[in-house]
Design a protein. Structure first.
Length: 256
């Protein structure tokens, strides 16, 4: 036992020598029988590694990474145990895991479709809204589905990919897509290119929103406006438009 062990647990060497692991074990947090098994295996020449919840003399509980191996100490065969306090690392890992779970939960609940794919369009991740928009059954696995199959015209995708890969991202881009059953829809896409540590392009991540109804409504308004303007300009009768205060805002050719 070295001074590092004394510092780790807060006990003196005298208090620890001759005691079982139970002295420094956090109550109810370790399987001490398995700890003994690890030690026996290490003594037989099989290196061991495991996590152990320790308890300091002041009652503080912490997690450590334990490695055991056999060796000789003053001519006697013994088991050497090396321990590292990994409490901070474990806390950081738990926080990261919690953040990842929170992010995944947010993604699942988005009312826009989220997806990630390979550069060539193989689907990797997606949420329920993505499936709803494209007419896919969310209960089934659509991983590796070919996203280009959902474009009405593959030439449009080639143009889209040229812009995306060139700029690295794309915002509010309109594409003409189709659902699994072939129904035509219009989507608004926001996406960016994913890169690895060596700045190589490895995938695409983005969102899609179905704007078919919005586009159809806008086009209907534009068509009505065109019809009105044609009627207004070519009517044989004079037409004059005034605002609520009686100010003339427009007249047609027949009126003039």
């Amino acid at each position: 036992m070295n001074d590092a062990v004394v510092g780790m647990y807060g006990y003196s060497k005298k208090e620890m020598i001759g005691k079982s692991p139970e002295l420094v074990s956090a109550p109810g947090m370790n399987d001490l029988e398995k700890v003994v098994e690890h030690t026996k295996k290490a003594a037989s020449g099989i290196p061991q590694r495991f996590e152990f919840w320790g308890r300091r003399k002041n009652g503080e509980v912490f997690l450590k990474d334990v490695r055991q191996s056999t060796g000789e100490y003053f001519g006697e065969k013994v088991v050497f145990a090396f321990a590292i306090d990994i409490s901070k690392r474990k806390l950081a890992e738990d926080k990261l895991k919690e953040s990842e779970e929170k992010f995944k939960r947010i993604i699942r609940e988005l009312d826009v479709g989220f997806y990630s794919s390979t550069i060539d369009g193989k689907l990797l991740e997606y949420n329920k809204s993505f499936c709803v928009i494209l007419g896919l059954d969310y209960r089934r696995d659509h991983t590796n589905s070919n996203l280009p199959d959902f474009w009405q015209d593959i030439a449009d995708r080639e143009k889209y990919m040229e812009i995306l890969l060139g700029k690295g991202s794309i915002k509010n881009y309109t594409i003409h897509a189709k659902r699994k059953n072939g129904d035509k829809i219009i989507l608004q896409v926001n996406a960016h290119v994913l890169r690895d540590n060596e700045d190589r392009k490895i995938g695409i991540e983005g969102t899609i929103a179905d704007i078919t109804e919005q586009k159809e409504t806008t086009e209907a308004i534009i068509n009505k406006e065109k019809q009105y303007r044609t009627l207004f300009n070519f009517s044989p009768n004079g037409i004059l438009l005034e605002d609520a205060e009686g100010t003339i805002i427009d007249i047609n050719p027949a009126f003039g």
